[in-house]
Design a protein around this ligand. Structure first.
Ligand code: SF4
Length: 342
């Protein structure tokens, strides 16, 4: 695909296939971009990025050693690639990390079994799990300790749910939908509690929780909701302005749960919406003759990607950019103490 960014003013003198050029020429014109705010990096992702930054700086100063990271540090291909270029080594499991090496755990958290394995291997662990994910782990331990069956609302295979399930694997069941909640059977319906993945769709989570409550009136929940502030705010920002957009673009990777949910929120509001990794992933048929274009970014997508998309759209004609703010975020998390130089 020809990168949109390579066609400033639709007069690019680059060799392109004619039909592709025609497709882009057909979507040239003046546009309004409405930026949803909050968007882009959350406090948990900023913390994990800063953590790996610190580890790489220490490695560079020492002039030796590798920085290993278990799983994608955050679900964004650009962030991961940037760190790889600076020397971080991403591994799927700890058996790929040499004994005694430093390893960072990603923002999504890990199960107790992974922690135990790291301790057994003598690894220097820098745990960059988002504190809001750590909170859900604590709740899982509390509910399991009192003998509850825990219903974890979330998506199978996501690293965060895998880590939480690992806290009490014999007492936890994964619930992915209201339909799944309706047919769930447990040993003791009087001792049940629920938790949720932090990056779910707020409205769908409410539906699933309601379905669980109908089925299990004794159901107890966490002290405060688990869907995190950043996920909630980004979805609300998209939902509040969706009616003013012709089409919505959400910048994020396909494995970014919160980014995918933002696209779903816009679509449920009846607006065509697309998830884009970056400016190069935009297709002309997505834009068409849309005059007002909504733009947002998931919690793991760096702001530079937003700027690049705006610059690329400016290549199609005059653009006015306005921001619609539905919440102001002040949350920040300090990097883990174990990331400091020893
Ligand atoms: Fe933490 Fe929420 Fe960001 Fe996930 S999306 S890292 S839970 S703040």
């Amino acid at each position: 695909m020809v990168a949109l960014a390579a066609m400033p003013g639709c007069r690019a003198a680059v060799p392109v296939v004619e039909p592709v050029l025609d497709a882009w020429a057909a979507v040239c014109g003046a546009r309004r971009i409405l930026l949803a705010s909050p968007r882009s990096l959350c406090a948990g992702v900023e913390r994990v990025i800063r953590t790996v930054d610190m580890l790489l700086d220490q490695r560079n100063r020492a002039g030796n050693g590798l920085v290993y990271v278990r799983k994608q540090i955050v679900h964004n291909a650009h962030v991961v690639k940037g760190f790889e270029q600076r020397g971080a080594v991403f591994v799927e499991e700890l058996d790929q990390v040499p004994d005694g090496a430093a390893v960072a755990f990603s923002a999504h958290g890990v199960s107790p079994a992974v922690r135990a394995e790291a301790a057994r291997r003598g690894l220097r662990v820098v745990d960059a799990t988002c504190p809001l994910v750590t909170k859900v782990h604590s709740e899982a331990r509390r509910f399991a300790a009192r003998g509850d069956t825990i219903m974890l609302i979330g998506h199978a295979g996501h690293e965060e749910t895998e880590g939480i399930l690992g806290e009490a694997p014999d007492r936890t069941v994964l619930v992915e939908s209201a339909a799944g909640a309706a047919v769930l059977e447990v040993a003791d319906p009087g001792r049940v509690s629920y938790l949720t993945q932090t990056t779910l769709a707020v409205d769908e989570t409410t539906e699933v929780t309601a379905a669980l409550r109908r089925r299990f009136p004794a159901l107890e929940g966490p002290g405060s909701e688990d869907v995190c502030y950043a996920t909630t705010n980004r979805q609300h920002a998209v939902a509040r302005v969706a009616g003013r957009w012709d089409v919505v673009l959400v910048i994020g990777s396909t494995n970014s749960s919160n980014s995918v949910r933002m696209v779903e929120v816009a679509r449920r509001a009846g607006i065509p919406a697309h998830l884009v990794e970056d400016a190069a992933a935009i297709r002309p048929d997505w834009i068409g003759k849309a005059v007002t274009l909504g733009l947002s970014a998931g919690a793991s997508a760096p702001p530079v990607l937003v700027n690049e998309v705006i610059a690329a759209l400016q290549g199609l004609g005059p653009v006015t950019v306005t921001e619609h703010t539905t919440a102001v975020e002040t949350v920040s998390f300090a990097p883990p103490v174990t990331a400091r130089p020893r």
